[in-house]
Design a protein around this ligand. Structure first.
Ligand code: UDP
Ligand code: MG
Length: 243
């Protein structure tokens, strides 16, 4: 019997061929450390979800799988988007005791994963990674994010401020989330509704080390609209009122 809880780290990856050779060794080191400390089982995994990449992302994942026992992956036939990639990763991680979702570009602090796990071992079901500044974002990204969060809040979608999709979830909170009937996935709006004991872990968000943001303006607007329309009846009421 392996010692410790089985952790699965779900990592969506869309055209991340430049990042993976950096990300995989770095994340493996964090997992190794936690295995040595007896906090997680040696059967723990880095689960990459290739979101229909057109570069060498998937061949790279397969290559690493041969030489690194932590690495596993699934691959989409086309690009379904970050949120769907995360959801698929959660669905596939059936044997995980605990799941962490994190971006592939190392913008989230991978060292915060250990602190998240410590909170989980203390009894928290959901641990939100919360960035303590937005300095590394462009002026545009910072202000558009602020605008969308304000708008969502006004329309009744409750979210954790400065938290994106870097979070830990226990088995039972993932199961509860997967019961949630929602087609336009906006996880950061759904998770707080699922309930369970939660806590924040703070970290400084880094700049993307290589490659470019996979979230151009169009995708961001669609994302924000999904966030608003799936949780709020305000747009519906506006339509009725206009009618
Ligand atoms: N991503 C994805 N599908 C997409 C766009 C992005 O799986 O259609 C992944 C991407 O590889 C990264 C994470 O989602 O791991 C966040 O994307 P990105 O870093 O480009 O977003 P930003 O940090 O600029 O908001
Ligand atoms: Mg990024």
């Amino acid at each position: 019997m392996p010692i410790g809880k089985k952790l699965v780290v779900v990592i969506p990856a869309y055209n991340e061929e430049e990042m993976l050779p950096v990300t995989i060794p770095a994340m493996s080191e964090v997992l190794d450390r936690m295995v040595s400390a007896g906090k997680i089982s040696s059967s723990s995994k880095l689960l990459f979800v290739d979101d229909g990449s057109t570069d060498k992302t998937w061949p790279l994942i397969e290559q690493y799988r041969q030489i690194n026992a932590f690495v596993s992956g699934i691959s989409f036939s086309k690009n379904y988007g970050h949120q769907n990639a995360l959801l698929a990763g959660l669905k596939v991680s059936k044997d995980a005791d605990v799941v962490i979702t994190i971006d592939a570009d190392l913008q989230d602090d991978i060292n915060a994963m250990e602190e998240m796990l410590d909170r989980y071992l203390e009894g928290y079901d959901v641990v939100y990674g919360v960035r303590n500044s937005r300095e590394t974002d462009t002026f545009f990204k910072r202000n558009s994010a602020l605008f969308f969060y304000k708008l969502m809040d006004k329309m009744g979608t409750k979210t954790i401020q400065n938290h994106a999709d870097f979070r830990l979830m226990s088995r039972r909170s993932v199961d509860a989330l997967l019961e949630y009937p929602e087609r336009n996935v906006f996880l950061r709006g759904i998770v707080p509704q699922v309930g369970f004991k939660s806590i924040n872990v703070y970290y400084a968000r880094n700049e993307r080390q290589s490659g470019t943001s996979k979230y151009p303006l169009g995708k961001m607007i669609k994302f924000a609209l999904d966030g608003i329309t799936s949780f709020s009846t305000t747009p519906l009421r506006m339509i009725v009122w206009l009618g």
